[in-house]
Write a protein that binds this ligand. Structure first.
Ligand code: FNR
Length: 182
């Protein structure tokens, strides 16, 4: 089973991005195990905190390092990705020489009620993830304009066209991990 560390860029309970990640998890069931990184208690990056490392930082780095690949699911905040994701990225690159991201296959997606479905935010994040040394899947892109009617009661995608597209995307991610993973 391929282990996927999942970072969701929204902390709110009713997050559509959390729901979207859950739907992808159902489509990947049997092939991928999703392990959700806990980001709610992550402090802003502060070099001084390495003297007494916050548990949330240690846990985040361990979750990424134990995974075969990382999936990042983001809302778009003011045409970029949320600050909690930037803090997670920065913490996991340090301490110097212990970059938890190095060489990890990464896929980026996200959803918003708006028609461009986080496209601009994803492009910003893509640039950052290349910089920190991950192998970012370039294609296919997945910008999902959130539609509540696409989901069933259990959180699974019920809209057939959407389901087919998302299954194809999950397959591509699996291929990407097989090609680039260590
Ligand atoms: C937003 N939203 C938003 N949507 C979008 O498509 N492009 C954007 O630039 C923004 N900007 C933005 C800024 C801030 C501070 C907030 C709180 C929201 C709306 C956003 O897509 C919507 O609130 C989603 O529901 C957020 O995702 P979660 O929290 O439901 O996963």
């Amino acid at each position: 089973m391929t282990k996927i560390a999942v970072l969701v860029g929204s902390l709110r309970k009713e997050s559509v991005n959390r729901k979207f990640a859950g739907a992808l998890e159902k489509l990947a069931a049997g092939r991928m195990e999703f392990v959700y990184a806990e980001l709610a208690d992550l402090p802003h990056y502060n070099e001084d905190l390495w003297d007494n490392v916050p548990e949330a930082v240690t846990a985040l780095k361990a979750t990424i390092e134990a995974a075969d690949a990382v999936l990042i699911v983001i809302p778009e905040y003011n045409r970029t990705y949320p600050g909690v994701i930037k803090d997670a990225i920065d913490w996991a690159t340090r301490p110097w020489g212990k970059n938890s991201w190095a060489g990890k296959p990464v896929a980026i997606t996200g959803t918003s009620p708006g028609v461009i479905g986080t496209a601009v935010a994803q492009h910003h994040l893509r640039t950052t993830m290349v910089t920190v040394g991950t192998a970012v899947m370039g294609q296919p892109e997945l910008y999902y304009a959130y539609k509540p009617e696409h989901f069933g009661e259990d959180g699974a995608i019920t809209d057939e066209n959407t389901k087919t597209y998302l299954e194809g995307w999950v397959n591509s991610f699996a291929d990407w991990i097989a090609t680039t993973g260590k």
